[in-house]
Design a binder for this molecule. Structure first.
Ligand code: UDP
Ligand code: MG
Length: 349
């Protein structure tokens, strides 16, 4: 029994008080049923909820020895919450899932079997999505295909953040210092031995999606820009395509000139067109370069990506106080002493 591997279940939560009881019951039932084969820890990351989520996490952690919770000082977004959960996890296999039970726990069992069969990254592919709007389904469908076409990462299509990572694969992720993380892209990029399981995505047990249109758009842009310089190349393509008509036009003018034919129109229309077209192309190119420069700026600033305000439960001492005047360098040194935990989170408690 002592050799049963430890499995971490990482769950980001943002205002999920309506789902929490159902989640708790599902987790308890699952862990109880699977304890013959695996040991479990549950890492709950409260992403700055403004409802009772954190209170509920604390009370759950007080009742169950396998629960660890951390709470952020504000909402840092799903990808950052997930990544902090990854930092906190201790397991040999790490599975992350939604707090709203859209990703069924039965699928976790299948992922774990695949892991025991030697896979280091197990993707869960959604064959159907229940209870999601057609807008969400279609934008997701189109986005994954656009990204696959443009990006230099090869995550399977239609796999979300519901996945299993072996400890080795996760440690590689934890050592990637980039910002604006698009974790599915990073997981696609690192490689390792892969397996997939397919499942039907369930509807939420309660509450509404915590992904506003704004968050979805920001997420999509992160995905495209973090994994591709294709948009930069696209501006080049556009400027070539844009200048083509003018080259043709110039050729025509040249020929007419040579034949001694006088142009009817004085030609200021074409001039205006040229100015407007190239002006907007240049603006677009600058804006696009600006997007990348902004990301470089965010990266060099080295601001912590999340701030942990409080933690509870299993090994909560891991979150320690970082003295106010500590430089980033000091904090790094501090964090290196912790196994498998590296990187720019500030623990403040
Ligand atoms: N979430 C989060 N921070 C956010 C938005 C969402 O931690 O800023 C959590 C949310 O509570 C849920 C998971 O991330 O557990 C996925 O979000 P949601 O279910 O709302 O997204 P959807 O399944 O609709 O894509
Ligand atoms: Mg969900």
């Amino acid at each position: 029994m002592a050799t049963r591997p430890l499995v971490s279940l990482v769950i980001p939560l943002y205002n999920e008080e309506e789902c929490f009881e159902a989640l708790e019951q599902a987790l308890d039932g699952f862990i109880e049923a699977q304890q013959e084969s695996w040991r479990f820890e549950v890492v709950l990351v409260d992403d700055g909820s403004t409802d009772a989520t954190w209170t509920m996490v604390r009370s759950y952690a007080a009742r169950r020895s396998y629960v660890r919770g951390v709470s952020f000082s504000r909402n840092f977004g799903h990808q950052n919450a997930l990544f902090e959960g990854y930092r906190q996890a201790r397991g040999e296999a790490i599975v992350c899932l939604d707090g709203d039970l859209q990703d069924p726990l039965e699928v976790v069992t299948r992922m774990l079997r695949a892991w025991e069969g030697g896979a280091e990254v197990v993707f869960a592919i959604r064959t159907r999505r229940h209870g999601e709007t057609w807008f969400k389904r279609w934008t997701a469908y189109a986005f994954y295909r656009l990204l696959a076409f443009m990006a230099d990462t090869d995550a399977p299509l239609d796999s979300g953040d519901f996945r299993l990572l072996d400890r080795r694969a996760l440690n590689v992720l934890l050592r990637m210092p980039e910002r604006h993380r698009y974790i599915r892209g990073m997981v696609g990029w690192i490689g390792f031995k892969r397996a997939t399981v397919s499942y039907e995505r369930q509807r939420r047990v309660a509450g509404k999606t915590k992904f506003s249109l704004r968050k979805m758009l920001a997420f999509g842009v992160d995905g495209l820009l973090s994994f591709s310089t294709f948009p930069l190349r696209l501006t080049f393509l556009f400027s070539v395509l844009g200048s083509l008509p003018f080259l043709l036009y110039a050729g025509r003018a040249f020929v007419l000139q040579a034949l001694g034919v006088r142009e009817m129109a004085p030609g200021w229309m074409s001039l205006l067109l040229a100015i407007v077209t190239f002006g907007s192309l240049i603006l677009m190119a600058i804006g696009l370069v600006g997007e990348y420069v902004g990301r470089i700026y965010d990266t060099v600033k080295q601001r912590p990506d999340v701030i942990v305000r409080e933690s509870c439960g299993l090994d909560a001492v891991r979150s320690r106080q970082v003295v106010g005047a500590a430089t980033m360098h000091d904090m790094d040194a501090d964090l290196v002493t912790e196994p498998q935990s590296e990187g720019p989170a500030v623990y403040f408690e």
